[in-house]
Design a protein. Structure first.
Length: 272
């Protein structure tokens, strides 16, 4: 039902018969599956996006048996002995490889994990670049105390170094900028001005050279959030796939905008 309603929404948008299209029917249908989003209160666009991608994947997936594959129990690393593919996985699903090194015996293991959205930390309060956020996400981290790993070679829990790389780059990569953070017992919004390129985003420093030949991306859409934690407003910038012109979507108001207006300090989700 959700996929059908989404299909009608896409048709209405691309047929060009209306100046603007309200997604209220699709929103209503999805609200039955995810009641949180049916409420007339502030909700998170990133959480909504993940629910939407999961819902469309489940509705449109094709299961292909792979009898020769060993069944892996880690659900995040593998879907077991079957491979589930859909238009969603073909477009949006990538894979990270976590290189984990025991700091006691130096044994190294690789753990794969699929993703559709990468949540990037913001390393500055005032101004930074998307590359700064990526460097922060992909830098080596140390697992200690409660986060120690169980080393099979040592037979005990040990401190470990972990570093992620992109082992499979998706066709469309989505970045979630983590503007909402906890400070003590209070959550607050970061209004950092993040500079992001409209074209030639190079992800090769963070990708495995064995699997990723072409890792250069161009921006195709932005979700903006203005306001505060519980009181805000979402707008979007989208690049027309044929004309290459940029448009601003603000409720029922659709406006053609110059490239220079696509850079904004309210960016929350970036689609490349």
């Amino acid at each position: 039902e959700s996929a059908t309603a989404f299909g009608y929404l896409m048709s209405d948008m691309w047929l060009g018969e209306f100046d603007c299209v309200s997604p209220e029917v699709f929103h209503s249908v999805l609200g039955k599956r995810y009641p949180t989003f049916s409420k007339r209160t502030q909700q998170d666009a990133q959480e909504f996006l993940i629910c939407l991608l999961n819902e469309l994947h489940e509705a449109l997936k094709k299961v292909r048996a792979q009898p020769n594959r060993r069944c892996i129990t880690d659900a995040k690393a593998s879907r077991g002995s079957v491979s589930e593919t859909s238009i969603i996985t073909q477009l949006f699903e990538g894979q990270l490889s976590y290189n984990i090194t025991c700091l006691e015996c130096r044994t190294t293991t690789d753990r794969p994990e699929s993703f559709t959205v990468l949540s990037l930390p913001i390393p500055s309060r005032s101004r930074c670049s998307l590359q700064d956020c990526l460097k922060c996400f992909f830098q080596q981290d140390t697992l200690t105390c409660n986060n120690q790993i169980h080393c099979s070679w040592c037979g005990t829990k040990q401190d470990a170094a972990v570093k992620a790389t992109i082992s499979k780059a998706p066709q469309i990569i989505i970045f979630h900028l983590k503007r909402f953070e906890w400070q003590g017992k209070q959550e607050r919004k970061l209004s950092t001005d993040i500079c992001y390129p409209l074209s030639s985003l190079d992800l090769s420093p963070y990708t495995s050279p064995l699997f990723c030949q072409d890792a250069e991306y161009s921006l195709c859409a932005v979700v903006n959030h203005s306001g505060f934690l519980d009181d805000g407003h979402y707008t979007a910038f989208c690049k027309h796939s044929v004309t290459k012109n940029w448009y601003s979507f603000d409720d029922a108001q659709i406006t053609k905008i110059p490239n220079s207006s696509v850079q904004t300090d309210t960016a929350y989700l970036l689609f490349y």
